[in-house]
Design a protein around this ligand. Structure first.
Ligand SMILES: *Cc1c(COP(=O)(O)O)cnc(C)c1O
Length: 391
């Protein structure tokens, strides 16, 4: 169950790359074209029967993008995948494809901010309502399911505080009640968790994070079986048109070559830093799903092979001036959104306090989420040591 996708090396280095079709070039060509021509009306008509499989127009299918889709589907152990212009586009298209006016969704309590906006503000305009539940117990999820519930939406682990859901139980419950199960797997990445192993139907990623891994492309992906992928393709994918360009697909194909190396490095560094931070007197609490005293450690070990580069802390101090001083002095953790690239990052939650255009954060003011990039543990630790000395 917990094993890496079969033939990981083959997938990342060769799968989908039919080199004899392009001069045996090692790196795939960027087929930068909007459209494809046909030698006859008959061959054009034949191709039009299936826009997903044939190359007609790049909003539907493009050979460079297709190579990426094949690799991502294999990484998630699913039959097919669709890539999008962003993770949020993938989330929106995938969810919208499952519902119509009058339907209902059950979702984990604190999903990614724009997923929350989609479910809480956007879909109600079209008659689709969502119940958000504390999803750590399967009974709580089951109690929220109604006659008209169509989707169970998961995020495990959550990308700030790392709560998990039991994927096997959730998949079984969804099957029993006739719901489509969807998970945002951005945090663990397909390197450390494959929800399809547990029976989850559709697997989403913000590919902007680990899959591209170099902080220079925004994209998203949904992985699933042929029927689901075709259903999303024929409606939301083609209609909303939030596609990825061939150039960016080629950039991600390059980024993916080093996917396992990057994941191993970030994972090792984040875990080492999290363990060390637990011993630091100015730290009140450390969050990392695989720390021995983590509240859901058994479940984490049962369904994840590692956790990647994210961890969070609460400082002892609640004095905003001190918290800001600490963050400002951490110069090797850039203050920035996102994660999954080469560079270490921090998001101090205090930055979201005192803003008029946003609801007050649910996380405490002394909470900081970190991402360990590809730098050495020692170099990053030095940064913490000098910043602690400032407070
Ligand atoms: C970043 C992120 C998204 C959104 O992806 P974009 O590529 O930024 O559109 C969705 N879910 C999670 C967990 C994320 O971290």
């Amino acid at each position: 169950m917990k094993s890496q996708p079969k033939n990981l090396s083959h997938t990342l280095n060769h799968l989908g790359e039919n080199r004899e079709q392009y001069f045996n070039a090692i790196a795939p060509p960027i087929i930068q074209t909007s459209n494809f021509s046909f030698s006859s009306v008959q061959s054009f008509r034949k191709a039009l029967h299936d826009e997903l499989e044939n190359t007609i127009y790049t909003r539907g299918n493009n050979p460079t993008v297709k190579i990426l889709r094949e690799k991502l589907a294999a990484l998630e152990k699913t039959e097919d995948a669709l890539v999008f212009a962003s993770g949020s586009a993938a989330v929106a298209a995938t969810v919208i494809a499952q519902v119509k006016a009058g339907d209902h969704i059950v979702c984990v309590q604190s999903p990614y901010s724009w997923t929350y906006k989609l479910l809480h503000q956007f879909l109600p305009r079209f008659g689709v309502k969502t119940t958000f539940v504390n999803a750590q117990k399967i009974e709580t999820i089951e109690a929220a399911i109604k006659e008209n519930t169509k989707v169970l939406y998961l995020e495990s682990p959550n990308s700030m505080t790392f709560e998990l859901q039991d994927l096997k139980q959730c998949a079984q419950l969804a099957k029993k009640r006739g719901l489509v199960s969807i998970i945002d797997n951005s945090h663990a990445s397909p390197y450390y968790q494959n929800p399809a192993d547990f029976g989850i139907d559709l697997i989403l990623h913000s590919g902007t994070k680990y899959l591209n891994g170099h902080s220079d492309v925004v994209f998203g992906v949904v992985c699933g079986n042929h029927t689901q992928i075709r259903k999303i393709f024929e409606s939301e994918f083609m209609t909303l048109g939030a596609i990825m360009s061939p150039l960016e697909a080629a950039m991600v194909l390059r980024g993916l070559r080093t996917f396992p190396l990057r994941m191993e490095q970030s994972n090792k560094t984040a875990f080492a830093l999290a363990k060390w931070l637990e011993t630091q007197p100015k730290v009140k609490k450390v969050y990392h799903p695989l720390l021995p005293n983590s509240p859901q450690i058994e479940l984490a070990n049962a369904q994840m092979r590692g956790a990647g580069g994210l961890f969070s802390i609460e400082l002892v101090t609640e004095d905003i001036e001190k918290i800001e001083r600490f963050s400002n002095h951490l110069t090797r953790f850039l203050i920035a959104a996102s994660w999954g690239g080469h560079e270490s990052l921090q998001i101090p939650v205090c930055a979201f306090y005192g803003m008029e255009n946003r609801e007050k954060p649910t996380l405490p003011i002394n909470f900081i989420r970190f991402y360990a990039g590809l730098e050495s543990v020692e170099w990053l630790k030095e940064d913490f040591i000098q910043a602690f000395a400032e407070i």
